[in-house]
Design a protein. Structure first.
Lengths: 349, 181
């Protein structure tokens, strides 16, 4: 099936969603996602951050779709044409969605441990407005303890349901979920039952905001002061790959997370033992520094990145000079040496 | 005009080697002339002040020693978010965060506070980027009205919270002044 997103055409399998096709193309036209997670079945369709404009339905029926579509749950049709970042309607809609998501968000980024790798922060930085129109009181919850490893800040939650899906799909018996309805709905455990499943720690990684954070890392450091390294260990837990990112401060491992790709989704889920119990460098085989996007705050003050050589695309010979000029003009009495002649020909004198 | 006589700066002087007269060789006139210049300076306006006793008024945009502010209730504003350290081009700021305990609510404004906050004044270039980056209006370079003093020991230049945090009395005074107005 052929689909065109922001003028770029790509051939995809039937059953692909617009978002997946956009991610195959990559770049600016990938819609932001707050609730969709490709590794979790049934996620998506809740946050509306990934709205796109379908300007041509398909080759068979070329009428445009009247409303903006959530790209994470809309399948592609043959010959579909989609406008993502190019369309003003889409950017305007994303601005409104961001404003709605931020209505009840406490904006305590200076305190929050997620700051620096927060999807909501990225979304509001890229698509949001820098001021608020909301004057009413924000929704707040009583702080609740859900176990020794995971910290829940219900005030920051945007109800994406990703953590509930992690509990449903990765752990054998789910002990937490969404309580109450509408404006009152909140993530909680039944009668404050502690979460002790072997894979429950993955809800920290999937949480797009700072609602679920690592208690062993709480207030230890800011994410951008840590250096991320790829590491692995022999993990005996069934189902755990043992491949992680360790976040070091000097020689100390302050935090262990899964390896996240460019869309901030973990490549493979890891168990709680890897995540919380092994904070010693001896436990890990360190593979090397982890690469991050150029603009990420985690790359701040990091000068170890390999720099590409700059290629200036100009007309041929603009730096070397014209061919007829490229002969030794001065001092014909002193001829060039062999290697000098070569260098002169290349124009690197 | 030859090259020897051209003076590009206009201050070129020809040095002559002519023989001095007897009166000139006594140097008396020259000494009196020089003394006159010296004595004249005794009566002109002085450009220096007696520094530790006298202090010049600070310009409102002057940037001096940092101050970690307190809010109206005397609680520390800083939450150790690390943005000042991130923005610091000289990498002079380090900090360590701590969680506020329930009985410390009168001391710190937010859930998290800086238990250690250090500025290396030898590294600091007083550019004011930390003040600009601060989301909590906690650090200011203009309110202390202090210059970082000279010292003999390099270790003394690492200023901790004892030197940086605004004194409590000053914070309470400020609140009083604010409520009076």
């Amino acid at each position: 099936m052929k689909v065109t997103i922001d003028g770029q055409t790509i051939e995809v399998e039937p059953g692909t969603t617009i978002l997946q096709a956009a991610r195959m193309i990559g770049g600016e036209s990938v819609p932001p996602t707050m609730c969709y997670y490709s590794k979790l079945k049934g996620s998506g369709g809740k946050c509306r951050a990934c709205l796109v404009e379908v300007s041509k339905g398909s080759d068979a029926n070329p009428t445009p779709m009247p409303k903006l579509m959530a790209s994470c749950v809309t399948g592609v049709m043959d010959g579909m044409e989609v406008n993502s970042i190019k369309s003003d309607r889409v950017t305007e809609a994303r601005k409104s969605v961001t404003e709605f998501l931020l209505i009840n968000h406490p904006l305590d980024c200076p305190v929050c441990d997620q700051a620096g790798e927060c999807d909501l922060q990225n979304l509001s930085f890229k698509h949001g407005k820098s001021q608020t129109r909301y004057i009413e009181e924000k929704r707040t919850f009583e702080p609740e303890d859900i176990g020794p490893n995971i910290q829940l800040h219900m005030n920051r939650c945007i109800l994406c349901y990703r953590c509930v899906m992690v509990a449903d799909q990765l752990t054998d018996n789910r002990v937490h979920g969404v309580m109450d309805r509408g404006d009152h709905s909140n993530i909680s455990t039944c009668i404050s039952k502690a979460i002790d499943n072997e894979f429950s720690g993955n809800m920290i990684d999937v949480c797009p905001v700072g609602a679920l954070t690592d208690k062993t890392f709480r207030f230890k450091s800011r994410v951008w002061f840590n250096k991320p390294f790829n590491a692995h260990r022999e993990c005996t837990t069934p189902g755990c790959c043992g491949k992680t990112t360790v976040w070091m401060f000097g020689n100390e491992i302050q935090r262990v997370t899964g390896r996240k790709d460019e869309f901030h989704e973990v490549e493979e889920f890891i168990c709680n033992e890897c995540r919380f119990d092994h904070k010693d460098t001896k436990d890990w085989v360190i593979e090397g520094p982890r690469k991050f996007e150029k603009d990420s705050v985690i790359n701040q003050n990091n000068y170890t990145r390999k720099l590409d050589t700059v290629v200036i695309e100009t007309e041929k010979g603009i730096l070397k000079g014209r061919d007829q000029d490229r002969k030794k003009i001065s001092m014909p009495a002193v001829p060039l040496k062999k290697e000098e002649e070569q260098a002169f020909k290349e124009g690197n004198i | 005009m030859s090259i020897e006589t051209i003076s590009l700066s206009g201050r070129k002087k020809e040095v002559s080697n002519k023989k001095m007269t007897f009166l000139e060789s006594l140097y008396l006139v020259a000494i009196v002339k020089g003394l006159f210049i010296t004595i004249k300076h005794l009566f002109t306006r002085k450009v220096t002040i007696k520094y530790p006793e006298q202090v010049r008024p600070m310009s409102p945009v002057y940037r001096g020693q940092h101050m970690l502010m307190r809010d109206d209730e005397g609680r520390e504003r800083c939450t150790a978010c690390g943005l000042c350290a991130l923005s610091c081009p000289a990498e002079a700021i380090t900090m360590k965060a701590e969680e506020r305990k329930p009985d410390e609510k009168h001391l710190y404004r937010e859930e998290k506070y800086a238990s250690i906050y250090e500025i290396n004044m030898l590294r600091c270039i007083f550019c004011g980027l930390c003040e600009e980056a601060c989301p909590k209006q906690a650090i200011y370079l203009t309110t202390s009205k202090k210059i970082v003093k000279a010292d003999y020991d390099r270790g003394e230049f690492i200023y901790g919270k004892d030197k940086l945090v605004m004194p409590l009395e000053q914070a309470l005074n400020n609140t009083k002044l604010k409520t009076a107005n």
